[in-house]
Design a protein around this ligand. Structure first.
Ligand code: TRP
Length: 353
């Protein structure tokens, strides 16, 4: 079987301000992957518009999520950081995949059912085809590893099915064009575990989410020290003091969540947090937690503000990222066209490549 070099791809939708759940659940992991892998991180605006976005807000959110990527520590020199719609291979390959994926496969996607809700007839075609575009994001770079949350696992399985079916359907042409026995790798999900799942500050059984009606339920990366302190002060808890061991967090989802957040922000285990705060009341623990959060998140918010005041800088980073992304994806797209039996793209105004 053809061996593919390891490459990481992941993305987030520019539909909202990133929050602590995005940071601890995904971003921290993405940052660490830069040490060991060649990584591509995308702001997936084409996915965002599968549900209506206010145009003025969308363009602002694309820049703001990019600023968050950079402020959190994604390094545009080491990794490729770019915006999906600025690289045309994504939409192009997605169309080919629309013709590879089967209706039956998409009909099983639970996220479509959730997002479309009862009024399925009125959902956009794009929302339905969303997983095909996600497969195109990954496979346009022949990415092998995809860090995602549990909720994206089914989409990753679909991407593997698409890669597999493409490899099978076009096996003869793939071999004839010198690509051996596989054109695309079968990308592997790297599922970020429950240890890094951040729950709502108002309800320890629900994930921290952009769509929660209460802003008190989440810490946004743009929140200032006062907002952070207030949200932790108002965070739901139980009346018991903190236990001395993690077993004592069982059945106490809010306490578990706050201890988990402290541990993640401090780079400690929950065990060692509890060793330090064993027997402490929340009136002691919460201020310590908000001080730590302000210390860790304050510089990120400040850096985001600085960059948002200089959109030219952000656009420059994205332009550079799009060029480097295209340099990988465009030749692969030409090879896709060879294999499928289409003619290669004519690049008007550019030297043939
Ligand atoms: N669907 C992903 C989410 O909502 C975002 C996404 C789009 C993505 N394309 C991707 C994630 C490719 C990983 C790889 O979280």
């Amino acid at each position: 079987m053809t061996q593919f070099p390891e490459r990481v791809f992941s993305g987030m939708q520019p539909t909202h301000t990133l929050h602590l759940g995005n940071y601890l659940g995904a971003m921290v992991n993405w940052i660490a992957m830069q040490e060991t892998h060649s990584c591509i991180y995308c702001v997936v605006d084409l996915h965002a518009i599968t549900v209506f976005q206010d145009p003025g807000e969308l363009v602002g959110n694309i820049r703001q999520v990019t600023a968050a990527y950079l402020a959190c520590g994604l390094d545009p020199k080491r990794s490729i950081i770019f915006n999906q719609s600025q690289v045309h291979a994504h939409a192009e390959l997605a169309w080919v995949f629309n013709c590879v994926a089967r209706l039956g496969w998409l009909n099983r996607m639970t996220q479509f059912k959730e997002k479309a809700g009862k009024d399925r007839e009125n959902a956009s075609v794009g929302l339905y085809a969303y997983p095909n575009l996600m497969a195109a994001d990954i496979l346009a770079y022949r990415a092998t590893h995809v860090p995602v949350g549990e909720d994206q696992k089914q989409h990753l399985e679909l991407a593997r099915d698409i890669a597999q079916k493409f490899n099978n359907d076009f096996a003869a042409a793939i071999a004839a064009h010198g690509h051996g026995d596989a054109f695309f790798p079968l990308p592997e999900p790297m599922i970020t575990g429950p240890a890094t799942r951040v729950m709502s500050l108002r309800d320890g059984s629900k994930k921290m989410s952009k769509s929660d009606a209460s802003d008190l339920s989440r810490i946004n990366l743009t929140d200032d020290a006062e907002a952070i302190a207030q949200k932790f002060r108002k965070a739901r808890t139980d009346p018991e003091p903190l236990p001395s061991e993690t077993a004592g967090l069982a059945g106490r989802p809010e306490a578990d969540n706050l201890v988990g957040i402290y541990a993640a922000l401090a780079g400690m285990t929950k065990e060692s947090v509890l060793r330090e705060f064993s027997g402490a009341q929340f009136s002691t623990f919460k201020p310590a937690l908000s001080d730590l959060a302000v210390e860790r998140l304050g510089p990120i918010a400040a850096e985001m503000r600085r960059m948002m005041d200089d959109p030219g800088y952000i656009d420059g980073v994205l332009a550079d990222g799009a060029e480097r992304a295209s340099a990988i994806a465009v030749p692969i797209m030409d090879e896709v066209k060879d294999v499928v039996g289409l003619l290669r793209t004519v690049r008007a105004g550019l030297p043939a490549g």
